[in-house]
Design a protein. Sequence first.
Length: 209
Amino acid sequence: MNIVEKAYEFAKRAHEGQKDKAGNDYITHPIWVSDHLEGETLKVVALLHDTVEDTSITLDDISKEFGEEVKNAVDALTKRDNEDYLGYVLRASQNPIAKEVKIMDIRNNMDLTRLKGEPKDSDFFRIENKYKPAYRLLTGHNLLLSEQINTELSDASLKHLLFNILNKRLKFEKIDRNIEYILKGYSNAVSDELKIFVEGVLNGEILCD
């Protein structure tokens, strides 16, 4: 049994009895993510990415079975209690392995065929306001266009993300932190105009309705 097969068996046991929104065995989700990634470590982390967050498995368990590199990536992919989604995605992006897994995780989470019955307005809202902004942060691409004709993340897109943060009425210190992460991640592409915009947000001079 190779390490990918070992990770599959490990994840299958961990997620035993869990179902997705369509009533399918939950393990089908990490399998999909793993199948769409290349490389042994990426596939292993993909299979394990929800085990700590959604089951009784601990990071120590992951470390003992699969080593520190896999454990660190799974840790980066494990959402903390009271951690807002955007902050979580930004933290995950700091680990190169976790970042690649999270991109595929989001793509599968946007697949409406995984739902039971017809999609609801809340499903479309979740995709537009949760997953697409996160995908843009991770890839610098815009899912509003076709996957074949993606555009690089622009200043306008970053402004839109900042407004989304404000609209969610997060605490100001969280807004400050997320803006800093966004600018750090795209420091080479940030224009003077965007820097002025961010300063205005932080100083309370620019607000959204």
